[in-house]
Write a protein that binds this ligand. Structure first.
Ligand SMILES: *Cc1c(COP(=O)(O)O)cnc(C)c1O
Length: 457
């Protein structure tokens, strides 16, 4: 059994936690974010041995040391098999450039990967500890459905999703309201901010002490570690691992959780030469790397890659930490990171909507590849990096596509005149029966509902 890995808080005002504690707490008590104290190493031989193996095998190999002492091998093995039962296509585009499609999970976004593993981890912990966990989530779209699907049918965990009906598309709503079982959705007569305020108030309310509440938002370490797996998977399958061939990885980014997965893979020994961070017009991080001055963007800018409309990425404190700096929970840089090293490892670029659309068109006309707006931001970022860096122009390069094009039919139809085929995960949604509760945008009715529903026993 390898040594147990503990998880420290980026604010360093609490003792390091076990994976079990970090998963169930979400955010550390000092309001910092958890990170592993060390990154286990994958050797060239390890990487080589993973070539051609199913995704669930790679997940097991990568996650095993992080889970040691908390989840035994047989348990983790079974969870990986159960969580990763869908395709992970690696698509050749042109030259040595590839697309890693992370869109074949039940909600057709990359968020399925980590959410499904986190849900299963939490379920095992609750079985060990006894009792039941109630996950509260407010959503304005994709997160709610990924979380709801991830926990669907998972024992000892119940999920309550609050959403603002006016701000959620029909398809997004149906992805949440047709699940049922241990998942309850509530249409709140208000805005996303109201939903979020109701959830926050519930977490702080002593009257709910009898209910074990938790959250599944993207700062949970359980939503991060599994996102390192797909970079290992891509490398093992495309690169000459024995020769430690370098690879360029490009990640379209909003809250930087997906991108931190690439940083973790790099720290684990995957020969990632550069991580290209592609943002939309929310360019606070490209500006930060360029100038060394961090300024949030508020309110965030509205772009067609709407899941990346983020003016202050919640995972940025983790990136600053691994480069030796300290960003506190307000987004203030208390100690600057090693910017020189960040500039060597990372390349951050902001892509405006016009270039995103031009990239969707170009990828389709020249390569027959359909990109959706988030992946197109990534592809545009990779293209810019490669033309900016002649020494890397022939390198192996992988860009992640974070959602299925069929989630954005209007945009794609308008840009290239085709409507993307609907994957099985999104098909038949129209016919499924919806059930959801309705509630005013006030805390008291929500509290009473939670008590009536979950505080009986
Ligand atoms: C959430 C999301 C992103 C942004 O991911 P982060 O981890 O927040 O950077 C990108 N694309 C899609 C489709 C998403 O749903």
């Amino acid at each position: 059994m390898p040594d147990l890995i503990r998880y420290y808080s980026t604010n360093r005002n609490v003792p390091p936690a076990t994976l079990a504690e970090a998963l169930l707490q979400g955010q550390a008590a000092d309001r910092g974010l958890f990170l592993p104290e060390r990154f286990p190493q994958l050797t060239a031989a390890d990487l080589k041995s993973l070539a051609g193996r199913p995704y669930c095998d790679v997940a097991f190999a990568v996650l095993r040391p992080y889970a040691a002492g908390v989840f035994d091998d047989a348990t983790l093995r079974a969870l990986c098999n159960d969580a990763y039962d869908f395709d992970v296509p690696l698509e050749h585009v042109t030259g040595r450039r590839h697309l890693l499609r992370l869109d074949r999970g039940p909600t057709a976004s990359f968020k399925d990967f980590a959410a499904r593993m986190m849900a299963r981890w939490m379920s095992v912990l609750m079985r060990q500890q006894g009792g039941e966990l109630v996950i509260l989530t407010a959503t304005s779209g994709d997160t709610g459905s990924a979380v709801a699907h991830a926990y669907c049918g998972v024992e000892r965990v119940r999920v309550v999703v609050l959403f603002p009906p006016a701000e959620v598309s029909d398809r997004q709503r149906k992805q949440m309201t047709t699940i049922g079982g241990n998942v309850t959705t509530i249409a709140v007569d208000g805005q996303f901010d109201d939903c979020q305020a109701m959830v926050k108030q519930a977490f702080a309310d002593p009257a709910l002490a009898r209910i074990r509440l938790s959250s599944a938002n993207s700062i949970n370490i359980g939503r991060l570690l599994p996102q390192s797996v797909y970079y290992v998977y891509a490398y093992a399958n495309l690169a000459d691992a024995a020769a430690r061939e370098p690879v360029v990885i490009c990640v379209p980014s909003g809250n930087f959780g997906d991108m931190m997965g690439a940083v973790i893979a790099q720290r684990m020994g995957v020969p990632i030469d550069r991580i290209v961070i592609a943002t939309n017009a929310n360019d606070e991080v490209p500006n930060y790397l360029r100038t060394g001055q961090y300024r949030k963007i508020s309110p965030s800018r509205v772009c067609i890659s709407n899941a990346m409309n983020v003016g202050h990425p919640s995972n940025l404190a983790r990136l600053v930490d691994v480069y030796g700096g300290w960003m506190d929970e307000t987004g203030f840089v208390r100690q600057p990171p090693d910017l020189g090293r960040m500039r060597r490892d990372l390349y951050a670029v902001s892509i405006p909507d016009a270039e995103t659309r031009a990239t969707i068109k170009d990828a389709y006309q020249r390569h027959g590849v359909i990109l959706e707006p988030h992946g197109a931001v990534g592809w545009a970022g990779l293209t810019r990096f490669l033309s900016d860096s002649p020494e890397s122009a022939d390198h192996l390069a992988v860009c992640v596509e974070t959602a299925h094009p069929a989630k954005f039919p209007e945009e794609i139809q308008a840009t290239i005149g085709v409507s993307p085929a609907v994957p099985p995960s999104l098909a038949g949604l129209e016919q499924r029966r919806e059930t959801y509760e309705r509630m005013p945008a006030r805390y008291e009715p929500f509290r009473d509902w939670l008590l009536a529903r979950f505080a009986q026993s």
